[in-house]
Design a binder for this molecule. Sequence first.
Ligand code: FEO
Length: 398
Amino acid sequence: MYKPIEIADGIYSVGCRDWDIRDFHGYSTYEGTTYNAFLVLGEKNILIDTVKENFGDELLSNISRIIDPKLIDIVISNHSEMDHSGAIPKVMDKIGKDKPIYCSKMGAKTLKNHFNQEFNFQVVGSGDSLEVGNRTFSFLDTKMLHWPDSMFTYLAKEAILFSSDAFGQHYAGDMFFDDEIGDEIIPHARKYYANILLHFSPRVQALLKDVAKMDMKIKMICPDHGILWRDNPSKIIEAYDLWSRQEPCKKAVVLFDSMWDSTTKMARAITSGIESEDVNVRLMNTRKCHRSDIITEILEAGAIAVGSPTLNNSIFPVIADVMTYIKGLRPQNKIAAAFGSYGWSGEAIKILNKDFEEMKMDIIDPGVKIQYVPDEADLERCFELGVKLAKTLKERLS
Ligand code: FEO
């Protein structure tokens, strides 16, 4: 149960907390998440977004603590992904199927596909607005942030931006606003950016420029996940500007899997080499670290080293999982090197280098491959690879 909160005059947060979810389509959500939805009362009562299907009854119950849900006149769907649209059929059954759903053109198409139902779609896009009494709802296309249908809804007089997934975080707790939780929320927002939006960073940059040109006043940002930014919305806008520029920091990530600890020893030696050059480093065993935490560390890193033994003429399955995930999110501006032990064929380095090439990472060394167990001289080579990575990164940053 989520106690509805009046976030501004006549505007309520009525969504649901999902305390239990730990895997959000492959993203580790250690602190659950929320599906935020907003009820705007006025001459017409408007519901902005809904929740995941199995939270539909809870959403209606939350709304009924404020008004009879049947009194909702309009639904705005900023995003058709199921965590925000899953309860639309239940809501429409309750409020009347003929009531309008305002959404983007792609939103109408996707909702139709999802539910195999016709609703009274009112298609809107950038430049369109809906006047209701003394409120004006303006719409802004945010295509591919992060789906083709995504859009924002902006209430001009109140200066509230309903931003769908953007600026969100997977966090369910007893705090609802940025001023309550403080900077503790930033790692959650960073992880959200790295896992959901990194791929679309050029679009984030373009959107931020458009919004700056529009001179849009923003007093509050209400994303569809996590806390609402009412105290300092510019903080998360600035963070998005930083993350989407993908400027590398003086930080490296060494990730690896190992069969008999030979690649582990190599990873540790490389890490020591990086540290010896005063570059920050995170050593991540892919069996212990979730892929969504790995990409979060990679977000701000300027260098990456990936280690895999050769198994069946290929890389290890967990490394393949992580590399597939990283490739999909397209991190930019990284230097890279591969390493790993092998028994008799040793294809892993070649495969990892191909992955780096596909990601347009700058391969600064052909990589270090060691047969069976590294001896002292081998580990020295690994240490030197770490030094080379760190020195190259520092040169690029200077
Ligand atoms: Fe939170 Fe793209 O859904």
